[in-house]
Design a protein around this ligand. Structure first.
Ligand code: 5GP
Length: 195
């Protein structure tokens, strides 16, 4: 998506460890009209999918998912990072390896909010190795819901999480895919623009 690629080039900064910081417009300070345009684009790309729920993971996915959900007119449910596990059977539980903090944490979602009647679109800010997405997909699988696909704002294509999921038949739509990145350059995947 041209608007997003231009904004990454203008305002993104690259940190050691292959981390792209976009916290001036996406995941710390949030540019709402801009993210709303991303929401419209996700709706356009998934217009054929019977999505009735958007699923994300706290924290930075939540704000983005809310703006996306306005275009689908469906609720957002988010997986919470758990301090302690309360295994009373009321929660779906899984483990996620954090890309940015390098630790494994438990995530939970109340069984009240996801079940076999649901058609789920997962939304997240970044896709790197795919650990966050795998965790969310585990929860969807356990609930019996149908996974319609995943909508990602920025995929770091060189870390392969997205391509591995596509190879397994999961529909992954990323609005920008970065194929390589150095301290002073970002190269986007060419065939990723439909508009
Ligand atoms: P994965 O689980 O796919 O390896 O990493 C995705 C998660 O790690 C995202 O939810 C995001 O929070 C974080 N992440 C991965 N790479 C980056 C990055 O380059 N910049 C930022 N800001 N977050 C990232």
């Amino acid at each position: 998506m041209q608007l997003l690629e231009e904004r990454i080039l203008k305002d993104g900064t690259i940190k050691p460890g292959n981390i792209l910081k976009v916290d001036s417009f996406l995941n710390h300070q949030m540019d709402i009209p801009f993210i709303n345009e991303l929401g419209k684009e996700f709706k356009r790309r998934f217009s054929d999918a019977p999505v009735n729920k958007i699923l994300t993971i706290e924290a930075s996915g939540i704000g983005i998912a809310c703006l996306v959900a306005q275009h689908f007119h469906v609720p957002v449910v988010f997986a919470k990072k758990a301090q302690s596990l309360n295994l009373d059977g009321e929660m779906y539980c899984t483990k996620v390896q954090s890309f940015t903090h390098k630790k494994v944490y438990d995530v939970i979602l109340s069984k009240k909010f996801l079940n076999a009647d649901d058609h789920v679109l997962i939304i997240d800010d970044f896709l790197a190795n795919g650990c966050a997405l795998h965790g969310l997909m585990e929860i969807v699988k356990e609930s019996g819901a149908v996974l319609e696909g995943a909508g990602i704002v920025i995929e770091k294509g060189f870390q392969n999480g997205g391509d591995n999921l596509r190879a397994k038949g999961i529909r992954v739509e990323s609005l920008a895919i970065i194929d390589s990145m150095t301290d002073d350059s970002v190269v986007f995947r060419k065939d990723n623009w439909e508009a």
